[in-house]
Write a protein that binds this ligand. Structure first.
Ligand code: OAD
Length: 248
């Protein structure tokens, strides 16, 4: 572990253009559970049913009740942890240029990262299914479900359901970021959902170093990533900074 930390610190110190790809794992230390694995959201809620746009279109009140309401409450209370703060500090140091995140919780922006590509949209806004108006989630009345727009259309979160495509601009920018970095930090993602999991492959094909931070191995480990720094994101990030500060 110590060797890996020193290696990651040295690689970051040498990087001129790093990009991060993050997943639910980076927000675990902020109190938001991941999707997969023990205690994961998809253990309680079937993603193919409740994470799917077709179910939402058919039964919006039910999807709000079973999935969106609880997630909204968790996200409302969550604050950035040392993992998010570490990525923000890497940007301040001009090492990290862009964060591509699969998360919808807005915690990277709250931590201070300024270039965040939200691959799966976000939870901060609701969109009317009829007139397309966008309303901040904080101003959405959820005392009756589903919440409705002034035009009476159903409000949906501005995130990507299964069965929907990645927003075109996010896809385009993420591919560009992956192709132009010299180092990609892959933090807290199981790397099983495409096309997000393909971004480290693009980085690798462009000769970037790919470093994973995760308590577990993933399908990228050894096949795509150069190495895995094993452990929770916040803890690992603090340990990396303890070394990086000596090098800068
Ligand atoms: P997953 O829940 O699939 O994976 C979370 C990853 O985080 C796992 O590899 C864990 O080992 C790791 N992990 C757990 N605790 C951690 C910690 N403290 N620090 C670092 N890593 C930790 O989440 P994602 O990979 O983000 O999509 O899932 C990808 C997509 O699948 C999500 O964006 C969502 C979901 O279905 C949609 O809803 C469209």
């Amino acid at each position: 572990m110590d060797d890996m930390i020193r290696k990651a610190a040295a690689d970051l110190a040498a990087s001129r253009h790093a990009v991060a790809l993050t997943g639910a794992g980076i927000s675990v230390e902020s109190g938001i559970p991941p999707f997969r694995g023990k205690g994961g959201l998809w253990e309680k809620v079937d993603p193919m049913v409740f994470g799917n746009i077709e179910t939402f279109e058919r039964e919006p009140a039910k999807v709000w009740e079973v999935l969106i309401k609880d997630l909204k409450e968790l996200v409302d209370q969550a604050r950035p942890n040392d993992g998010h703060k570490g990525l923000a500090r890497l940007e301040e140091l001009r090492i990290l240029k862009t964060v591509i995140t699969q998360n919808v919780d807005g915690l990277h922006q709250m931590a201070g990262n300024t270039d965040v590509i939200e691959f799966h949209g976000n939870c901060a806004w609701q969109r009317c299914m009829d007139c397309g108006s966008r309303i901040p989630t904080a101003e959405t009345d959820i005392s009756r479900l589903p919440p409705r727009c002034k035009c009476n259309g159903v409000l949906r979160p501005d995130w990507v359901f299964f069965g929907e495509s990645i927003p075109v601009n996010a896809m385009h920018r993420a591919r560009q970021a992956a192709a132009s970095c010299d180092l990609m930090l892959v933090v807290g993602t199981s790397a099983v959902v495409q096309p997000a999991a393909y971004m480290p492959v693009i980085a690798k094909q462009s000769n970037a170093k790919v470093i994973e931070i995760n308590p577990q191995r993933t399908p990228l480990t050894r096949n795509v990533s150069d190495y895995l720094v094993k452990g929770p994101a916040g803890e690992v990030m603090n340990a990396i900074f303890a070394e990086l500060d000596k090098l800068l």
